[in-house]
Every structure is written in C-alpha cells, then in structure tokens.
Design a protein around this ligand. Sequence first.
Ligand code: RIB
Length: 302
Amino acid sequence: MYKDIKAAVVGSINMDFILKAEKLPEIHENVLGSTYGYANGGKGANQATALARLGAQVKMIGKVADDDNGKSLIANLKANNIDTTCVATDGSQTGLAAILIDGEGRNRIIVYEGANAEIDPKKACEGITTDTELLLIQFETREDVVIECVNKAIEMGITTVIDCGPAKSFSLERMQGATILSPNESETKALTGIYPDTDENILKASEILMERSRAKYIVLKLGERGCTVWDGETIKALPPYKTQVRDTTAAGDCFTGAMALEYVRCGDIYKACELGNKAGAIAVSRVGAQDSMPTIEELDNF
Ligand code: RIB
C-alpha cells in the first residue's frame, strides 16, 4: 500500500532509558521503581520507524556519535529497512532520553540532545532530494535545521509534515506553507499560549497556528480525546480508538507517521487522521518507542 512512497525524516535519534514506578517522586522524594530498560527512541527515529513499519521507503537524516548507543541505534534503524546513509556518526555523544513512566502509563521525559544538536543544516538539506515525496520533521533538532529543511521541501513541492514536539516556542513565521502542522496539547500551549481544553480554545489555538505558519492543515493531537483538523474554514474532531494504555511514549510519533503516510497516499486529511488515531492506539498499548510502532498487518487487524 505504501511501498512506493519515498520519505525523508529529519530528526533526533536517542537512546531511551525507561524507568517505571507506580507513583513518580515529588521534589526531594525517593521512591522505588518496578522495572527499567533501554529502548530505541528519538522523535525523528521513532517517526522514521513508524513509516518504515508501514512499508514506506524511508531515509533517516540525523546525527549520532561513534559510541555504543549510536552504533546500536543505527543497527536498529537498518533492521527496520531504513536508509541510514544520511545519518552522520561524528557527533560528540549520542542523544539520550530519561523516561519516567507512572502506574497509569503517563510519562515525563528529559532529553540530553548531544549529537542531535550538532546536525549541520546544509548537510541535512542535501538529503532531501527530487525523488522525496514526504518530508517529516520535528522540533527535537535545532531551529535553523528545521527551518532550512522545511523551506527547501516546500520550494520543491514536497508534502511537508511538521510534528511540533517537544514543546517549545518556535519561529513558525520563518517557514510558511507546510502541508500539515501538528502539535500535541502541551506543544499547542507553548506555541500559542492557549491550552486546547475546550472547543473554543481548540479553535482559537488552531487559528493562531494557521495564521503564523500558513500551513494547509492544523492537526491537534489531543491524547485520549483523539485529534482535530482545522483547514481554515471548518474544525472537525476525530474521536480516538479505545485501548488499554500501558505507555504513551512515542504515541504522538506513531500518529504523525501514519497520518502523514496515509495523507501522501490518498490526499484526504480526515482518512489520514483516522489512521493516525488507530496507529496511536496500538502504540499506547505497548511499552517503548520504536518497538511500539505497528506494522501494516497489525493496523489492518486492529
Ligand atoms: O516522542 C518520544 C520520544 O521523545 C522518545 O523516544 C524520546 O527519545 C524523546 O525524544
């Protein structure tokens, strides 16, 4: 279904250290955890994996260090059939995320950027070539890298999907006219000052985001409330799929990947978001980041 689609993903590649505890500690509190482990993560690499698991031809553009974590992360990308020739390996230290998960599957994440902050914007742009049909990018790399890559892709007429994670302020005005701009709740608040908790606030925030970015669609990821699409005239809510929540890490990455790919295939933003909701529901029912991304068969059987 998606095997002919050529996608480039510019973004972060992190080793995730995941520690679970029934209740996460308050300031100065010490609690016992239940399990811990390491997993392949980073918003860029997670989204690249989401696309590849669904069958697309994916090129990852990013940076790691020539250390054990970097080697293992690249090996995992390759095992998922992702082209890593545009992943530089001369970074100072591979990115790391410390992820704390509570008994209800909610997470808190601290990211050490390392090599991700050292991506050269010119080199990253070189990876976006004339055969690229989809550029997927996030805010977990430097702002100049994001802006240069997005503007190049827009100029080339490539479908450009911007995932606004992690939450931070960003000069959206410096990249006008992407196809889809998609923040989650906290990212929406960081970009607009408005938390999208009511219908009125969802509309207000979507209008601001469209005015600032001139993107064709604003897709808000609203967690257990599903997502909304604003096209400049109508706001539409797409309800979530119900599932047992075990770990919400990378659910947004999974949603954005599946949504972007389906949009390139059919050009229908609502069908695309529907598929994103389904993929995200599968991801939250599993622990981990890249390991929780569904295959096309798993999506069909859900
Ligand atoms: O979106 C989830 C990701 O955020 C994790 O894999 C972690 O690496 C952080 O970057």
